[in-house]
Design a protein around this ligand. Sequence first.
Ligand code: NI
Length: 170
Amino acid sequence: MSLREIVTLPNPILRRKARPVTDFGPALQTLVDDMIETMRQAPGVGLAAPQVGVSERVIVVEYPEDEEREDAPKKLYVVVNPEIKEISRETEMGIEGCLSLPGLLGEVERALAVTVRGRTRRGQPIKIKAKGWMARIFQHEIDHIEGIVYTDRATKVWKPAPDEPALDNV
Ligand code: NI
């Protein structure tokens, strides 16, 4: 495993629609391992392949299973070719930061719950039901593989004050 450099705007790869993965071989396995390591080191709670300069439809998410409990174990998701299959009509506002847009925060309205379908890193079909922050992270990462960044959707974007609490980056 090795760390990869996180690319930031205005790198055009962040604005490109990423390619679907068709080969689940060693190159994908290395990419996934490197993305997990890079996300943890950043630190972040989610990362999409375009953020490490690879225009492929791969995301990783790592977040406590129970967001109400600080000591809840974290769960790692790797989703290849992810798609949002169901989306709640109910939405919620939340503040997001992104590893590819350092030094900014934004307020974004997102669906409260989503169902994501895709493949595991080994090519097996998976379905994930996420709500709250987990649903927000999936929506943010799936936007990345479409070339969308959160500031495109934000109602407000600002540079945080030095004393503003740090957020989980995605
Ligand atoms: Ni991001």
